[in-house]
Write a protein that binds this ligand. Structure first.
Ligand SMILES: *Cc1c(COP(=O)(O)O)cnc(C)c1O
Length: 417
């Protein structure tokens, strides 16, 4: 599939007059459409709701859009909880708290905000009881261990992951929690990340549905919801086929009707905690070519760096690049497109075939709407960029200003700076 930016060169030329590069740009229309598609794909399940994984795009304007589309939020830290409260999600049903190695004050705040608490470990039962008491509604995170293989190139290694409880611990935990007065139970699991496959959710759902039936039948507990968590991916590469969320919803429905309904559990609500799938394709990192260098290889230096987008440096991740205005030019040059960090892994692309790039060209780095800005850091004294929203009406506004040097110095203590 050809990857085309959601913004035109003409629009970008206009935007950079007001907001200089580099910046993250988000597409409101695309985010809303994805949220609506997901909702429709699961509309057969009465209690279905998406809890957007805040860590993917912790930007209040984005959270507000998703709230308008009916989503809740999934948090895993104190700051994310506070952000969600300030964005109006603390209504008792709109925050999922899926944390691990959780500090006491985070459980206390989650409880106060009426969040669904998702326990990562059996020992957290006592820890939570000590911190704020056991609520009547609680979720436990399951880790089936071993190796998870979809039979395609998608696999992951839950047995090597720090998250969740073993099956025996799930039974133990539910027994304990029932004794502690819990009335409504949830089950959560996250087995594979960025799955570009319509099979992941249905396979995961079957595992969780079977476990739910066993827990219900053996312990006489009411399973209120099953949380399929995140992990539905996006096609970062142009040769990948995007997920079909309607096929995914149908696959989960078939498992639901085969496993839960015959067990008399047709009232189980489904929840998701998608991050990447919701916003990933609807963000671009927009940068400008400021240098070209010819040594043993050809380099294009841009005005952003790994501080603005860490995934290539951290995971060797592929992010597609479009040179604006040269969409139809032949890709007859091979470049490393690099940032300015004193780190040789600060490369947005390596040996990438691209059209000839001239100084001043605008480059769109695709699929940065999730785990992009969010992973930013300040190495080399580099500052985080602005975030802009391309509105549905075609207008553009800043939703986070760029960091300043004074922001960077603001935490210095004991020294007149
Ligand atoms: C990161 C995370 C998500 C979101 O994952 P995506 O791959 O962005 O969909 C959801 N739930 C939990 C607990 C997570 O840690």
């Amino acid at each position: 599939m050809v990857k085309t930016p959601f913004v035109t060169k003409e629009q970008l030329d206009e935007i950079v007059k007001t907001y200089p590069t580099p910046f993250h740009l988000y597409d409101e229309k695309g985010i809303r459409q994805t949220a609506r598609d997901l909702k429709e794909a699961f509309s057969w399940n009465e209690g279905f709701r998406e809890y957007f994984a805040v860590k993917a795009t912790p930007t209040p304007a984005i959270l507000k859009i998703l709230k308008e589309e009916g989503c809740g939020v999934d948090c895993s830290s104190l700051t994310e909880l506070i952000m969600s409260e300030r964005c109006g999600f603390a209504d008792g049903d709109s925050i999922m708290f899926s944390s691990n190695e959780t500090p006491e004050e985070e459980f206390i705040l989650a409880d106060k905000l009426g969040a669904y608490i998702n326990l990562d470990d059996i020992t957290h039962i006592d820890f939570l009881k000590e911190a704020c008491g056991i609520p009547e509604r609680i979720c436990c995170r399951y880790n089936p261990g071993g190796f998870f293989n979809l039979g395609t190139d998608i696999m992951d290694n839950p047995g090597d992951a720090k998250y969740g409880m073993t099956k025996a611990q799930m039974f133990e935990a539910f027994k304990r929690l029932k004794k502690e007065g819990v009335k409504e139970f949830g089950i959560h699991s996250f087995l594979a990340s960025n799955t570009v496959s319509n099979e992941y959710y249905p396979v995961l759902a079957s595992i969780l549905f079977n476990l739910a039936v066993e827990l219900h039948e053996n312990l006489d507990v009411h399973i209120d919801f099953i949380n399929l968590s995140g992990g539905v991916g996006i096609p970062y590469r142009p040769d990948q086929e995007p997920n079909d969320i309607f096929a995914i919803g149908k696959g989960v429905q078939e498992a639901y009707e085969k496993i839960l309904v015959p067990a008399g559990m047709g009232d189980v609500k489904l929840k998701t905690e998608l991050g990447r799938f919701m916003t990933g394709p609807h963000g671009h990192l927009v940068v400008k070519a400021i240098h070209e260098k010819h040594i043993y290889k050809e380099y294009i230096g841009v005005d952003a760096c790994a501080v603005n987008l860490m995934r290539p440096a951290m995971y060797g991740a592929y992010h597609h690049i479009t040179v604006m205005g040269k969409e139809n030019a032949p890709c007859d040059h091979v470049y490393d497109v690099v940032g300015s960090l004193c780190e040789n892994n600060d490369k947005f692309a390596i040996d990438r075939k691209l059209p000839k790039i001239d100084i001043g060209d605008l480059l769109v780095i695709h699929d940065t709407g999730a785990h992009g800005f969010a992973m930013g850091y300040n190495y080399n004294g580099k500052l985080k960029s602005a975030e802009l929203l391309l509105q549905e009406d075609g207008g553009c506004r800043m939703i986070r200003r760029p960091e300043t040097v004074e922001d960077y110095f603001a935490t210095v203590e004991g020294f007149d700076f």
